[in-house]
Design a protein around this ligand. Sequence first.
Ligand SMILES: [Zn+2]
Length: 240
Amino acid sequence: MPLYNWGVSFFNALLNFIYPPICICCEARLQNEEKLFCTNCWQKVEPVESNNPDELTALKVWGSLPLEKVKSLWWFDDFIQNVIHEMKYNRKLSLAKKLGVDLADSILRDSDFASADLLIPVPLHKYKQRERGFNQSLLLAKSIAQNTGLAVDDKVLKRVQKTQVQAKLNAEQRMKNVDTAFEVVDGNRVKNKKVILIDDVCTTGATLFACANVLLNAGCDQVLAVTVAKARDFEHSSEV
Ligand SMILES: [Zn+2]
């Protein structure tokens, strides 16, 4: 090992000795292979078991159903909020990779999803992307692609309107807020294709619906969606 690398490793080991890494959520000391959050916290998250048609039927209240199927991994709780916050605002790439592995696993276990042609991350408006420096949905999509072999297209869908933060809006206002927010840049890229939209949180589905609508209008064959978390109510969501 070169002297410099040895020095860095030694320094890191020393830092870990003085400040042992702790779980962001429960502050328990992290074990060797654990990163940011402890296994114990991960084990407590509640999976969304009901990725079933009933929920989609409930969404038919809007009069149309542009999304074929939606899958979320976990219910949005304080822990998941922490996880998403770390990924989104503190740019924890290792978390996006880990979540991408879990999403990929869920995609591969469902033939409707596994047979898709393309992954499309929900885009941020360019100002927001500039402000944040990256799009968390694209990070997730890239990790999913690595673990499924599916291709990512992060150029075909564009956010053309800077929308209000959705957290304080009710379901109907959310639909209106994002209704004209997205545009398809080149329809040929999605024509007759089955695509999977990727996002971090799904609350009312308004954002996913708006994306799905423009994709279908551009000639896309089918739109499915996967998200890391699903919010039980509007109050605790970070969906924007
Ligand atoms: Zn913990």
